[in-house]
Design a binder for this molecule. Structure first.
Ligand code: LRH
Ligand code: MN
Length: 426
């Protein structure tokens, strides 16, 4: 559904005075402290996050799934829904497809539709964690790590097919997440499984077009509950190095054991030039895939603090892929995604306020308190007027969720699509 820009402007006009007041107050104090506010606004406005095609409907667990009403039942409708989010937030200008859940029927039509919403195709995702109907081989006991060469070959071919689909859409990267592992001690040989996986990834890597990247996503457990072949950043990093220059590690925030220092992992991967991108979400316990920044906003800020440092100092690391990977069990998927986008912009804006020069000097002096004060002052700054301005200069909404609700978009989607439509995905 395309939102008429004038309707957004009408809503903004009611809040413009208040926005201008808070923005002018903040930008004056930031300028006094030597910050280049225009530069920060530009960086926020240029920051585009890919929306997962598998997270536009209601998610669920093995215990149940509750429809949300008006869910998209085709790739076209999913792109239209991302169009709604992008016109309101101006920071969701990309979609990440999951194959085979979202195989386009008419590539040109899909590209035209996405283009009409200013949406590009980010990484495509392969799926060797589910068996497809009429598939010759099963992935029950793994895919690239499987003891059966026939199964491994099927998985390699699937990834090559996914790259070909992505190429037709203008995507430039593939994300490979493997559920491969074991549920019980002794079930499989770790070394054989890892060697098979490395050989398979190398094969896929060697089939990549020159300007493509392969993101190797790690995860400690689920759906296997004793071991996972690509369990942690070290294994992903090792495999990316074994594959070659087009392979990188992908950090899904929910794929870490409790109390992992994710910002240190990020800084290490950037220093080594092997950080490819992110799946943003948040979690309190496991791979909960809940709204970004809803449980650990300070940890997200610390991650962006390392990213800002790395983007300045690790020129050997490529431009990063920013993607959300979330699931919505009780909230309107579009509202949940807009909340996640706000949290990502907020963490990035706060990290851009860290005076890296002063921090470096304080670290040189082992002035621990000053180091903390420098990053916490940035974190304690209410940056929302900056994020609003970054949206406003691109005709976005000052308050996306309020505008979304006041335009009754969900009600209209339910009228058009019905209450019980089920979107493909998780
Ligand atoms: C695995 C994962 C992976 C996707 C899937 C939808 O937990 O994070 O990125 O393929 O979720
Ligand atoms: Mn993920």
């Amino acid at each position: 559904m395309r939102i008429d820009k004038n309707k957004i402007e009408d809503k903004n006009n009611k809040e413009l005075t208040q926005h201008k007041e808070s923005f002018d107050f903040l930008s004056n104090s930031l300028s006094k402290n030597g910050h280049n506010v225009d530069n920060i606004i530009t960086k926020l406005a240029d920051f585009q996050v890919a929306i997962p095609s598998w997270a536009l409907g209601a998610g669920g667990t093995r215990f149940g799934r509750f429809s949300y009403g008006g869910e998209p039942s085709s790739l076209e409708e999913k792109i239209n829904d991302i169009g709604v989010i992008h016109s309101l937030t101006q920071t969701a200008g990309a979609i990440s497809l999951h194959i085979p859940w979202d195989i386009p029927k008419d590539y040109n039509a899909i590209k035209e539709l996405a283009n009409s919403h200013d949406i590009v195709f980010d990484a495509v995702n392969s799926n060797t964690f589910q068996d497809q109907k009429n598939a010759k081989e099963s992935y029950k006991f793994g895919s690239l790590s499987n003891i059966s060469k026939a199964v491994r070959d099927q998985a390699i071919q699937h990834n090559i097919d996914v790259v070909n689909i992505g190429e037709k859409l203008g995507s430039k990267s593939i994300t490979v997440w493997l559920a491969d592992g074991s549920c019980f001690p002794g079930q499989h040989n770790f070394q054989t499984a890892l060697q098979n996986t490395q050989d398979g990834l190398k094969d896929i890597h060697n089939h990549l077009p020159n300007d493509w990247k392969m993101f190797i996503e790690y995860k400690p457990y689920e759906p296997n509950f004793y071991s996972t072949v690509i369990q942690d950043w070290g294994t992903s990093f090792m495999l990316a190095n074994a594959c070659g220059e087009k392979a990188f590690s992908l950090v899904d925030l929910g794929h870490h054991l409790p109390n992992s220092n994710i910002e240190q992992i990020v800084s290490t991967l950037m220093m080594k030039g092997k950080l490819g991108g992110f799946h943003f979400n948040d979690s309190k316990y496991g791979d909960d895939d809940i709204t970004v920044g809803c449980i650990k906003p300070y940890a997200l800020f610390l991650i962006f603090n390392e990213l800002v440092y790395g983007m300045e100092n690790n020129k050997n690391n490529p431009d990063l892929a920013w993607m959300i990977d979330a699931s919505h069990n009780v909230k309107d998927p579009l509202e949940d995604l807009m909340q996640s986008l706000e949290a990502i912009q907020e963490a990035y804006a706060k990290a851009l306020l860290v005076d890296q020069k002063q921090l470096k000097a304080a670290q040189q002096d082992n002035d621990v308190v000053k180091c903390q004060e420098l990053i916490q002052n940035a974190y304690r700054t209410d940056v929302r007027p900056l994020i609003q301005r970054a949206r406003l200069i691109k005709d976005g909404a000052l308050n996306p969720i309020q505008t979304y609700r006041s335009l009754n978009i969900r009600e209209n989607l339910i009228k058009k699509r019905g209450e019980n439509v089920v979107a493909t995905g998780l």
